[in-house]
Design a protein around this ligand. Structure first.
Ligand code: GAL
Length: 660
């Protein structure tokens, strides 16, 4: 408690993997230790985020009820080990977690120190047991009603896979793409259902306490859920951010590129609940232990990392972990209190300083970010692209492509939401939808409405190929987006990794900012203009002279189609031009055509009266940031229009109506 006070820690998450401590044997509960923790924290003025313990199961539970252990895709039940691996369908697991959550809610729900429920931990992974399969069949029956509809959606006549009884649906066949999509959707909905079971006693006994579950971000793994959907069942969105600082070489963009990828997930998390702040639930105060090479954070990086989350809309900087474990696989993971056990460490001092600073920034809490630009990143679309065989089976790179488009906004200091394809587009002036292969019902209509009303829409190769069941659109690609884009894509050529195509800007593209030659790789569409104009052309091989970039004026807006995967130089010129044309400004309110100096990023949060501008330098050398007129520093002094920001530093400025 003394160390927490010193470190300016005002909020503590507890109980995350404590099931075996709370219920050491079935039905025998030991809350006394947790009572003491509550009392001590409350007596010291700390607020508590109390976790439900479902993220890790006790040995007695796994041994007595094997059904709570997951079954893998090969049909083998997993041994008891690790964590995050309970069967989310198991009625026993649901019953047991309901029992313990009820007791937690009854005991602590009215405690004045309790701030928030933390449901489980980092929900991930699939279970293929009989219980899950039976629930999947039921889910399918509710969705389709008849086998005929299911067979059609799954295109099951192909290879004689027609289902004549629901019981035959008992395996996951990578050749049936509609099935893969439905299985992943089912798993997402099963998690939502499981979370509802967890929340029921909490909401019954403590209706005033909100709940969140901490997402794991976009780490590449196969068995993912659609977090944007799960977030809708929670009161607050939160995630655990573990950037690989100091792990990328200069040619890979160094820490600036780590910062940009991190910002992408911050903005994805924020956009899940755009009308309120989100929470950074975990980040390490020092090094992770599980990265291939876990480098120490350079001076300044702890503050920069924490304030970056705040700049993107988080109302917290919470660390994993408070005290370093002595044993187990996380004993070398960064912690506020190291094995040394005292406050005389670099990390502790950095945490203390940031805590003090956050205390002074409390007026920023609750303020929002209202981007005029959005990039679509869509889990279901990713699943469909991953499942597709062809036209390219390597380097499909959906996520990197979304990130590359996002980056052009980020490095200009332009705020962006990262949204799913079914999100409301009304708040935006620009919507960029890289590789939107799958168009779910209503998405094309929504995009057309958006453009018609004056919006700017950017689409790329691999767009509008299939519907929500991964059935190809008939009548030409990009399916229901043909009209708004004013094109028909007849064929797509895919290049070897060593092949390049050349894209040459037309004269009419100069105004937008495109000029000269650009290199294209991987995907090259062969398209026909159907009302749109070409802004650039290919110049190599048999496609020479065909359109490579098109612009269509549709209603009051503009829809662009970029037909090939072009180099970074193109993306910068093109999206810079689109940003300028749409009149979108940087966070500081300045024109945003040119990127900021390398490593600089800017975000602004506003409560309607005061704008708080965060200018962050993710490079290790001083940079100059253009912020324009009217900003004051924390001491109320006017700052110059171009400010110097040292390496690995964040500067915070304020602007109110009066200072402009
Ligand atoms: C998170 C997890 C924590 C801890 C941390 C280590 O994924 O929620 O419990 O394991 O990683 O980086």
């Amino acid at each position: 408690m003394r160390l927490m006070r010193l470190a300016n820690v005002n909020t503590v998450s507890i109980g995350i993997f404590s099931w075996a401590e709370l219920e050491p044997s079935e039905g025998f509960y030991t809350f006394d230790w947790l009572d003491r923790v509550f009392e001590k924290l409350a007596a010291n003025g700390r607020r508590i985020i109390l976790a439900t313990p479902s993220g890790g199961k006790p040995n007695w539970l796994a041994a007595r009820y094997p059904e709570v252990r997951r079954v893998n895709e090969q049909g083998m039940r997993e041994p008891q080990r690790g964590r995050h691996n309970h069967c989310i369908t198991s009625p026993i697991y649901r019953k047991k977690i309901t029992e313990i959550n009820t007791l937690l809610a009854q005991r602590y729900g009215a405690h004045p120190a309790l701030l928030l429920w933390h449901i489980g931990n980092e929900f991930t992974g699939y279970c293929y047991c009989d219980l899950c399969m039976a629930a999947f069949r039921l889910w399918l029956r509710n969705k389709y009603g008849t086998l005929e509809k299911l067979n059609h959606a799954w295109w099951a006549t192909f290879w004689s896979h027609r289902f004549t009884s629901w019981d035959q649906v008992n395996c996951i066949d990578p050749n049936i793409h509609g099935m893969i999509l439905d299985w992943r959707r089912f798993m997402t909905s099963q998690v939502i259902d499981f979370i509802a079971v967890e929340c029921e006693p909490l909401r019954r006994h403590a209706p005033h306490i909100p709940a969140t579950t901490n997402f794991i971000g976009l780490i590449d793994f196969d068995e993912a859920y659609d977090y944007s959907k799960i977030a809708q069942s929670m009161d607050i969105a939160s995630w655990d951010s573990y950037p690989f600082w100091h792990n990328r070489s200069p040619s890979e963009g160094g820490d600036a590129s780590v910062a940009c990828d991190t910002a992408f997930v911050h903005d994805l998390t924020r956009a899940m609940k755009p009308d309120r702040s989100w929470l950074l639930m975990e980040t390490t105060p020092s090094a992770q232990n599980w990265t291939p090479v876990s480098r120490l954070r350079r001076p300044g990086m702890l503050r920069l990392n924490g304030l970056q989350a705040v700049a993107h809309g988080s109302d917290s900087v919470l660390y994993f972990q408070w005290r370093k474990s002595r044993g187990g696989c996380e004993k070398f993971h960064g912690a506020v209190v190291d094995h040394a056990g005292h406050e005389h460490t670099r990390v502790f001092q950095d945490v203390t300083a940031l805590g003090a600073e956050l205390g002074k920034l409390s007026s920023v809490a609750g303020s929002l970010i209202r981007p005029r630009a959005a990039v679509i990143y869509d889990w279901e679309n990713r699943w469909a692209i991953d499942a597709a065989l062809g036209p390219r089976n390597v380097n499909k790179d959906y996520l990197p492509t979304c990130r590359a488009h996002y980056r052009e906004f980020w490095r200009r200091g332009v705020a962006v939401d990262v949204i799913s394809s079914i999100a409301n587009l009304e708040p935006y002036r620009i919507v960029v939808a890289p590789m939107l292969y799958m168009l779910r019902p209503g998405v094309a209509e929504n995009i057309a409405r958006f453009v018609n009303a004056g919006g700017t829409f950017v689409a790329t190769y691999m767009t509008g190929i299939a519907d929500e069941n991964d059935l190809c659109f008939l009548g030409g690609f990009p399916g229901p987006l043909k009209e708004v884009l004013g094109i028909w894509v007849e064929e797509t050529d895919v290049l070897n990794d060593f092949d390049r195509q050349t894209v040459v800007a037309g004269e009419n593209a100069l105004e937008l900012g495109l000029s000269g030659h650009y290199a294209a790789q991987h995907y090259v569409d062969l398209l026909h203009l159907r009302g749109s104009e070409a802004l650039a052309y290919y110049s190599d091989e048999f496609v020479a002279g065909r359109p490579a970039v098109t612009r269509n004026r549709y209603g009051g807006g503009i829809a662009y189609y970029v037909a090939s995967r072009n180099d970074a130089h193109f993306l910068s010129d093109f999206l810079g031009g689109v940003i300028r044309e749409a009149g979108i400004k940087s966070a500081a309110g300045l024109p945003a055509f040119h990127p900021l100096p390398h490593g600089l990023s800017m975000q602004v949060r506003t409560d309607g009266k005061t704008d708080t501008l965060f200018v962050m330098n993710f490079s290790d050398v001083e940079r100059q940031a253009p912020i324009g007129k009217g900003f004051l520093n924390v001491n109320g002094e006017t700052v110059p229009e171009v400010v110097k920001i040292s390496g690995y530093t964040t500067c915070i400025f304020f602007r109110t109506g009066d200072t402009v």
